[in-house]
Ligand binder design. Structure first.
Ligand SMILES: [Zn+2]
Length: 505
């Protein structure tokens, strides 16, 4: 009997792919692989990321179909109230090595997936496993699945940090996490100077192993991390990294018997993970030093950890920052907010008081207060009540309808960030052109950066080939449900199996 082959879904996450430079590169450069996909694809230039748009939050949102108020991974850096310490996952293992924090390494290698990512919220890999489907995670930082795996800790890390040789974890059926969990053998692309395998070439090498072995699972996420650093360094319009990604996509296509087969047998989702906003070239003006701004308060020092006399902790996430009051009686959030408001480079300052979220700005006069479940609705069918000046969040209000401007899905994205973890904190974000700095934070003046609330940081393009459907809304948070529906609809499911696949919202 001729059984129709079910299409596999391959999601390639192209770090920092953005619409404008992508369009420029398509015009001015030769991008044969991207062009081939685009000839057969739908193109969506503006998909909304979660806030802050930082890898671990974006990936957690993608695989859970929830914002951080549910999935529980707020950002790259945040303060754990119960443990009284800063969590910093680092952007890669090397960066953590530099910080020399064994706790930080363990946060990234173990706790991120096994503790911080809310265990009661199912990931797409767990849902698929339940339904008897297979999946792969290639080089993503957030990967929790249902299948036991081991991370092999490289000797150098073990030597310096006195760690165990292996760490038990749960991941999808096929799992690559740099050199620490891999499919291929050999040393290429995985040495310490290749960030232990956290690079595009390694991702391509590992995924093409699966293609050539005829083992592509029902759903795969393949992460290409390299372009982030190009844009940080050379600014948003950099196209060198886009050309490199095109060559790497070509290698992926070439691993199939033919390009036609690659396209006809699979659904391809090629997408960015976050945007980046320009950071001006003046060190003095473009970098907003929170230690100076908040000098009236006693700020916790990284190396010392939180001391009894400290009043404030900073959770720095490039263009946004969590600012925690350790002594809310003596140092109320409103007082910190008023100090921040004196700097016109800070475009958004928000905090929570009971059911209300308060928002002010260093750029605009006025204030806004909002809460969930009111009688007004936004373009995503979410309900709100608003009081005060909507222009603070660039909202257009007509009757009972709210429309977003410079801050897409702004109300829910702010709500989720302010409900993502325990503690008394403000979240603040700078205008395009600027970046926050603090103690040992990266500086990207004369380049670009992300993590901010603005649409420059928060919109990514998505290429969809192999299906004419699209998600209900153009947000990363809506992709999981759509992907599960695609897998459920396509091919030869029986009722019992299909019923098991459901998104958890
Ligand atoms: Zn980055």
């Amino acid at each position: 009997m001729d059984v129709k082959k079910r299409k596999k879904i391959i999601l390639i996450m192209l770090d920092t792919l953005m619409d404008k430079p992508f369009q420029k590169a398509l015009k001015e450069e030769s991008l044969p692989a991207f062009s081939y996909f685009l000839e057969h694809a739908q193109y969506f230039p503006e998909v909304v990321t979660p806030f802050p748009a930082i890898s671990v939050n974006v990936e957690s949102t993608l695989i859970t179909g929830q914002y951080s108020d549910r999935h529980g991974v707020p950002a790259l850096v945040w303060f754990n109230h119960e443990e009284n310490r800063i969590i910093n996952y680092g952007t890669n293992v090397i960066e953590l090595l530099k910080l020399g924090l064994s706790k930080g390494i363990y946060d990234a290698l173990y706790r991120l997936n096994n503790e911080h990512l809310n265990p009661s919220v199912a990931t797409i890999y767990e849902d698929l496993h339940q339904a008897g489907k297979t999946s792969a995670s290639i080089n993503a930082l957030v990967y929790r699945g249902a299948v036991p795996h081991q991370l092999k800790v490289p000797g150098l890390i073990r030597f310096f940090l006195n760690m165990k040789e292996s760490i038990n974890t749960h991941a999808p059926d096929e799992f690559v996490y740099g050199k620490l969990a891999r499919l291929s053998s050999g040393r290429k692309y995985s040495c310490i100077w290749n960030k232990y395998g956290f690079n595009n070439n390694f991702s391509v090498q590992e995924f093409t192993c699966l293609i050539k072995a005829g083992k592509i699972p029902d759903f795969s996420i393949v992460y290409f991390p390299d372009h982030d650093k190009n844009v940080h360094k050379r600014g948003p319009m950099d196209v060198k990294g886009i050309k490199e990604m095109d060559l790497q996509l070509k290698k992926v296509l070439n691993a199939f018997p033919s390009r036609e087969q690659a396209l006809s047998e699979n659904i391809w989702l090629l997408m960015g993970d976050n945007g980046q906003a320009v950071v001006g070239d003046s060190r003095e003006n473009s970098l907003v030093d929170l230690r100076k701004l908040l000098s009236p308060f006693k700020i916790s020092k990284l190396r010392k950890g939180v001391q009894a006399e400290d009043q404030i902790v900073l959770g720095m996430n490039l263009r946004s920052c969590f600012i925690y009051s350790l002594k809310p009686e003596a140092v109320p959030l409103q007082k910190i907010a008023e100090v921040l408001q004196e700097d016109s480079r800070i475009e958004m300052i928000a905090w929570k008081e009971e059911q209300y979220i308060h928002v002010i700005s260093g750029e605009k006069e006025g204030k806004l207060k909002f809460s969930k479940n009111g009688n007004m609705s936004d373009e995503y069918n979410q309900h709100w009540s608003l009081e005060g000046d909507p222009h603070i969040l660039d909202l257009t209000v007509e009757g009972k309808e709210i429309q977003y401007g410079n801050y897409p899905d702004g109300l829910m994205r702010l709500y989720s960030a302010l409900h993502s973890h325990k503690g008394n904190y403000i979240i603040a974000s700078v205008k395009p052109g600027y970046e926050f700095i603090g103690e040992s934070t990266p500086k990207h003046n004369n380049g670009a950066s992300h993590g901010g609330f603005h649409k420059d940081d928060s919109l990514i393009p998505m290429i969809v080939a192999g299906t004419s459907t699209k998600p209900e809304f153009m947000r990363i948070v809506d992709l999981k449900r759509w992907i599960l529906n695609l897998i459920e609809r396509d091919g030869d499911y029986n009722e019992a199996t299909a019923g098991k696949i459901k998104s958890n919202s």
